[in-house]
Design a protein around this ligand. Structure first.
Ligand code: FAD
Length: 461
């Protein structure tokens, strides 16, 4: 009979891996987890958490400015980058400690090393050379940012990994990309007073989001003084006497102190030994899995960004949890990848659940759209130019709200709550009978009565 050292070996101590390890151990499994960098993974160490701390930092300038309209005199303000980075690092250290302690408390053995697959049940620990035999292997190795597309001088750019450790605040920064990470960092640096140029090859930011949201964010960013270079690419980077000279596809040259490339992420599957067991990754390097996160090899599962399904922390956590329930808890569990509430921590913030207008028209055909854009109450006295956008997309046949789109203060917090209603299948009538909370911006979500005229779906075929 084959002997195993452990019931489960998890490769990768990030959001998905840590959750799976802890839940499996709670079910009584003997579990080991290997992490080659820092426990907590991308989200805790160099993703969601440090980014959100920087977003908070970036918003104080607006607050100081707004205070004057309410009678406050704010003395001279100044910002110290080194303090922010030091305090951010302290918080990340604290969180990493909590993650480690939680694993230990659950009885999971943590190995600080890179680990690779040797066969369907064997893991090679690179630091010690040890071989561990595991009944099950969970691959939760996440993804890494890439400096793509390759351009001459591309190595002068940095990725989101390095941006958290810059020694000084770039006075002038170019952010390349139009996805949420690019948009968020552009907002952070603009808020901190850097001169920001956002270069994106598309004609609008945030591909895949509702068009009204994309337009509204573009306008808001332009108003905040971010130089938007849309339908533009960077063709080369060169060292210049006073920084980095970025040549753009329109022939212009912009000199900046840093170029942050946020154009994409790739699963960490290189050199992982997958080919030894016959697992073939897809064109971006992701591991194909079934609805239970099982690969073609029955003893090997994969969760989180390495599977490139929906690359968000709560999804990696759910997939890790579902894996443990399925394999060790005798509760086969599938993660629903539809209807995921999500936020973009741009300033202004964005919160979304469900379909955008165009997508809803394709899926449901006949839809009603309710939308409103207004100046938030606070801005009337502060003199701020910000706008709030709220939009509901309703399936006419069932009256169900199939999309909620919010841009404005605390949109991430709002969409978490609106998300409960939408997940429960709330109808527009349910929204309407919900009493407004006054005076709030969110009350608009339950007081919009008249749909805007939308074009009829175009018959296809
Ligand atoms: C800048 C940024 C901001 C983000 N903001 C948000 C946000 O606001 N909200 C949100 O939901 N998501 C956000 N994300 C995405 C989120 O961080 C990821 O979806 C999530 O961390 C994925 O979890 P995971 O477990 O799949 O992988 P990870 O958390 O990446 O964990 C994988 C771990 O495996 C380790 N590893 C890799 N290979 C090996 C190996 N061979 N041996 C041992 N260890 C290995 C890595 O070091 C890493 O620690 C953000 C990401 C980035 C980059």
């Amino acid at each position: 009979m084959t002997q195993f050292d452990v019931d489960l070996f998890v490769i990768g101590g990030g959001s998905g891996g840590v959750r799976a390890a802890r839940i499996a151990a709670n079910y009584g499994a003997k579990v080991m987890i290997a992490e080659e960098y820092r426990i907590g993974g991308t989200c805790v160490i160099r993703g969601c958490v440090p980014k959100k701390l920087m977003v908070y930092a970036s918003r104080f300038a607006d607050e100081f400015h707004d205070a004057a309209g309410f009678g406050w005199t704010v003395g001279e303000t100044s910002f110290d980058w080194a303090t922010l980075i030091r305090n951010k690092d302290e918080e990340i250290d604290r969180l990493e400690g909590i993650y480690r302690a939680n694993l230990e408390r659950a009885g999971v053995e943590t190995i600080n090393s890179r680990a690779v697959i040797e066969d369907a049940h064997t893991i090679h620990i690179l630091k010690t050379g040890a071989r561990i035999r595991a009944r099950y292997i969970l691959v939760a190795v996440g993804a890494h940012p890439t400096l793509e597309p390759a351009i001459p001088g591309g190595e002068l750019g940095i990725t989101s990994n390095e941006v958290f450790h810059l020694e000084t605040q770039p006075r002038r920064i170019m952010v390349v990309g139009g996805g949420y990470i690019a948009v968020e960092f552009a907002g952070v640096f603009a808020g901190l007073g850097s001169d920001v140029t956002l270069v994106h090859r598309g004609d609008k930011l945030l591909r895949g989001f509702d068009e009204d949201v994309r337009d509204a964010l573009g306008e808001a960013y332009a108003q905040r003084g971010i130089n938007l270079a849309l339908k533009t690419t960077v063709t080369r980077l060169d060292k210049a006497a006073d920084g980095i000279a970025a040549t753009l596809s329109d022939g212009s040259v912009v000199t900046v102190d840093q170029v942050l490339v946020a154009t994409g992420r790739r699963p960490n599957t290189k050199g992982l030994g997958l080919e030894k067991v016959g697992i073939t990754v897809d064109e971006v390097g992701a591991i194909p899995v079934d609805t239970y996160s099982q690969t073609l090899i029955p003893s090997i599962y994969a969760v989180g960004d390495v599977t490139n399904r929906v690359n968000l922390t709560p999804i990696a956590i759910r997939e890790g949890h579902a894996f443990a329930d399925t394999v060790f808890g005798r509760k086969p569990t599938i993660v629903d990848h539809d209807l995921i509430p999500t936020a973009v921590f741009s300033t202004p913030e964005i919160g979304v659940i469900g379909c955008g207008e165009a997508a809803a028209r394709q899926v449901y055909g006949d839809i009603d759209v309710y939308k409103t854009a207004f100046r938030p109450m606070k801005a009337t006295r502060s003199g701020g130019s910000e706008r709030v956008l709220m939009k509901l997309v309703v399936d006419k046949a069932t009256d169900k709200v199939v999309g909620v789109h919010i841009m404005g203060h605390d949109a991430g917090e709002l969409i978490q709550l609106a998300g409960i209603a939408v997940t429960m299948g709330a109808t527009k009538a349910d929204f309407d009978r919900t009493v407004a909370v006054h005076p709030t911006a969110a009350e608009e979500l339950v007081t919009m009565r008249t749909p805007v005229v939308v074009k009829k779906p175009v018959a296809v075929g």
